[in-house]
Design a protein around this ligand. Structure first.
Ligand code: APR
Length: 171
């Protein structure tokens, strides 16, 4: 399994699964959630309506519809101000873990994450990047044999976020 860092619009990726930074309703919103729903088309919202929302720290999977990606894994990150730093860290960890588990359950070979919770939800980017990379690395240490995922892509949307991911990966 390799972890790649690229700066791009996540909706352009033609891979097995892209992760959406959603909210508890799963009915769309702003940020990357809005861009993914716009690119996927109305059928994505129709499927999301059948899912009865999603708990913070959990994840649910849908088809990708008009997206080049086969699936969308919707995860709900913590709103940073609503939790203690430790609870927020544990919930963010859970978002990455649950998304990887769903990707494996659906035989995905590739999955791309945006920087969950670091936009509207205000999770500090540096800490969020460290949590993301540690959780992904630990997952593959614990599931080396079982996992079918070959590639995890960390998608940044600006130069600063890209450099942050690259520096933590080099760690
Ligand atoms: N491709 C990749 N990354 C993107 C894109 C894109 N097209 N658009 C935005 N991002 C990045 C942002 O730069 C940020 O680093 O996604 C990250 C997550 O930011 P948000 O989308 O604001 O998500 P989050 O902080 O988890 O807040 C979720 O915001 O958009 C609403 O409906 C969403 O209520 C939910 C909340």
């Amino acid at each position: 399994m390799t972890i790649k860092s690229i700066q791009t619009d996540i909706t352009t990726l033609q891979i097995d699964a892209i992760v959406n930074a959603a909210n508890n309703t799963l009915l769309g919103g702003g940020g990357v959630d809005d861009v993914i729903h716009s690119a996927a088309g109305p059928e994505l919202l129709e499927e999301c309506r059948t899912l009865n929302g999603c708990e913070t720290g959990d994840a649910k999977i849908t088809k990708g519809y008009d997206l080049p990606a086969k699936y969308v894994i919707h995860t709900v990150g913590p709103i940073y101000g609503q939790y203690s730093p430790n609870e927020a860290k544990n919930l963010l960890e859970s978002c990455y873990l649950r998304s990887l588990q769903l990707a494996d359950e659906n035989k995905c070979k590739s999955i791309a994450f945006p920087a969950v919770s670091t936009g509207v939800y205000m999770f500090p980017k540096e800490e969020a990047t460290r949590v993301a990379i540690k959780t992904i690395r630990d997952y593959f240490q614990d599931n080396e044999i079982a996992s079918t995922i070959d590639e995890v892509i960390l998608v940044s949307f600006n130069e600063y976020d890209k450099s942050l991911i690259d520096s933590v990966l080099k760690g």
